[in-house]
Design a protein around this ligand. Structure first.
Ligand code: MSP
Length: 483
């Protein structure tokens, strides 16, 4: 049986999740569910990036101890992902003991390769990014993403010989077009490497919170170095069985952290003699009024609240259908409402309801033997295999629209007066289509897909399953009148 290992970024816990975070996690979940449906055994990890200065500042602000604060927040993130039907198999926290063990073992390997040296770092550090910044990246002296001036720091660190791996990484990316996706991200990464890679500091002085540097009580591990290693920890590193899962098949990451995953991470892995992940997919951003949604900008929308209002499946559908996977897109309540009403309540929910009501009314709920026809799903599978999630949903909707049109043309409500045999054939055809649609929707809308399947289970309509996408002001419209 094939194996598939997919990861999300691990999230900073200085605040609750917003829909930008939900987006990458839902996308990874869709892929995990799809691979399972294809018969793969799936390792699917998500989690929290806790050894960060932001955590310390947020804990202080909340008046809590670090331990209490990290526990509460990790729980909040995990609960959010549970609410969003994320089928992760490991929720990793970078404070977990197995992670600390993996980081320690990995650093020893890198050291043995001769890729670490001591140096003095002087420059600008943005705590928001947990990264050093160049002067030319600032706008009016401030980090454009976090709206704050970075700190000027001068400190003794361990440096990692990133420059040594420049040619190897360049060659790898050029020879493996699937390594960085989509194409636009790949071009950005290639351009960045061609400008020249500089060694980077991988430790910070002890006064900062972090995993202790092995063999040096004065230093802790730089949070990004530690965070990237979570993917190996989840695979079981440094245990022998890690080879069962490593290299990962897919890292889903946001476009702001593609560089870390496509340059720093491969160099670290090469240094330690580990294989490189097969694909890093950089998603775009959800924006509000063209600005990235972010805690620091104060325009965050809580995905749990949206899910409570519209339902988890509606939120999942909207986020993945609305923008081309890999591109940026605007979040708007108007669009969410519009998509809910048109695609979900009318085109899908109404359709299922209509078919169920007619079978109940004309055939006392008995469906009979289903025809064996099915639509060609190659375009859907191709889109899924290329991680074109919005396109895959579009393919499903062609079937949904096609079935609506078929019923408009066949007019079963008229057939009920003239040709019962043809009426039965039309309704059975509709049920077969709906069951196929449910299969294809399963990775995206797990509850809805199961409800459609339950409605038409065992040759009988189960009318207790109820309306799929009801909403106070639209319920009237979605109620079906059999003519
Ligand atoms: N902790 C690091 C990641 C370490 S992975 C080894 C981090 N955390 S984060 O919480 O700031 O961001 C996590 C992910 O959320 C990133 O991939 C980021 O791009 C994504 N998003 C944050 N805001 C977003 C949007 N508004 N839209 C889409 N994704 C966004 O970076």
């Amino acid at each position: 049986m094939a194996k598939f290992y997919v990861t999300t970024p691990i999230y900073y816990i200085n605040d609750k999740p917003h829909i930008g975070h939900a987006y990458a996690t839902i996308a990874a979940d869709v892929i995990a569910r799809y691979r399972r449906q294809q018969g793969d055994t799936v390792l699917f990890s998500t989690g929290t990036d806790e050894n960060s200065q932001k955590t310390v500042q947020a804990a202080e602000k909340a008046g809590k101890s670090l331990e209490e604060y990290t526990n509460v927040m990790a729980q909040e993130w995990q609960a959010t992902f549970n609410d969003l039907a994320i089928s992760y198999t490991r929720f990793i926290r970078t404070t977990d003991p197995d992670h600390i063990k993996a980081v320690t073992a990995f650093i020893k390997k890198v050291e043995a390769s001769g890729d670490l040296y001591r140096g003095t770092y002087e420059g600008l550090y943005c705590v928001g990014h947990e990264a050093f910044m160049r002067e030319d990246e600032l706008v009016d002296g401030k980090c454009p993403d976090h709206g704050k001036a970075p700190e000027h720091i001068k400190e003794d660190n361990y440096f990692f010989k990133l420059s040594k791996y420049q040619d190897q990484i360049l060659k790898h990316i050029e020879e493996h077009p699937e390594f960085v996706q989509p194409e636009s991200r790949r071009n950005e990464v290639l351009a960045f490497i061609k400008r020249g890679l500089q060694d980077f500091s991988v430790s910070r002085p002890k006064k900062v919170w972090g995993i202790p540097w092995p063999g040096d009580k004065e230093q802790v591990v730089y949070v990004w170095f530690d965070a990237l290693l979570n993917y190996l920890t989840v695979a079981g590193y440094p245990g022998k069985d890690a080879a069962d899962w490593w290299p990962a098949d897919l890292h889903i990451v946001g476009k702001d952290i593609t560089k870390f995953h496509c340059i720093y991470w491969p160099a670290m892995l090469l240094s330690a003699g580990e294989a490189l992940p097969k694909t890093v997919f950089g998603t775009g951003f959800f924006t509000i009024d063209e600005r990235k949604i972010s805690k620091s900008l104060g325009n965050a929308i809580n995905p749990r609240e949206l899910a409570a209002n519209y339902g988890v499946d509606a939120l999942r559908y909207y986020l993945l259908r609305e923008i081309t996977f890999g591109h940026d897109g605007e979040f708007s309540y108007e669009r969410l409402e519009a998509v809910y009403n048109s695609d979900l309540a009318n085109e899908l929910g109404n359709l299922v309801q209509r078919v169920a009501v007619m079978i109940t009314k004309y055939f006392s709920g008995v469906i009979g033997d289903l025809p064996t026809h099915s639509h060609d799903t190659t375009p859907y599978e191709e889109a899924m295999d290329k991680y074109q999630l919005d396109r895959a949903l579009e393919e499903v909707w062609l079937l949904v629209k096609g079935l609506n049109q078929y019923l408009e043309e066949e007019k079963p409500w008229k057939l009920s007066k003239t040709d019962t045999e043809q009426l039965a054939a039309v309704l059975r055809h509709a049920v077969a289509d709906l069951l196929q649609i449910a299969q294809l929707l399963l990775p995206f809308l797990p509850t809805t897909a199961q409800r459609i399947a339950a409605t038409f289970k065992d040759g009988k309509v189960d009318s207790t399953v109820g309306l799929l996408f009801p909403k106070s002001d639209t319920i009237e419209e979605t109620e079906i009148k059999v003519k």
